[in-house]
Ligand binder design. Structure first.
Ligand code: ZN
Length: 129
């Protein structure tokens, strides 16, 4: 089954992109048991530990432009995946429409096509036969 999840977009456009709003970076590797609990940290050099930038500051505007551009890229990639998936579904639907019920059943029984992907197309094809 093809899973296309919606992109995670940045909503806080003034969040520090270097530390993702943590305000710190770990300088030790995580302990196998304790994780980062005992790891030493340093303040994020970009935001100086402040986690966010002021809206009216030059760096705040630069960070906002960065997040907006990244959001646009993620939205574009998501829409491309959806478009490609819809195209694949249509190609599969056309291909399956040329097969008989027995041919489709044989392909399914041999796991050449699954009932999951493109399941919707397959079910519709079975329903129309
Ligand atoms: Zn930071």
């Amino acid at each position: 089954m093809v899973a296309i999840s919606k992109p995670k977009l940045q909503t806080d456009l003034y969040l520090c992109p270097a530390c993702d709003g943590d305000g710190k970076h770990y300088i030790d590797k995580p302990d196998a048991v304790e994780g980062y609990k005992l790891a030493r940290t340093i303040a994020c050099p970009l935001c100086d530990g402040k986690q966010r930038f002021a809206k009216d500051s030059p760096i705040g505007q630069a960070v906002k432009a960065f997040w907006e551009t990244l959001n646009d890229i993620r939205k574009h990639e998501y829409l491309k995946k959806v478009s490609d998936f819809e195209h694949s579904k249509e190609v599969a639907r056309v291909a399956l429409s040329k097969l008989s019920f027995d041919e489709i059943k044989a392909l399914r029984d041999l796991d050449i096509i699954s009932t999951d992907d493109p399941g919707e197309v397959l079910r519709k094809t079975f329903d129309t036969i």
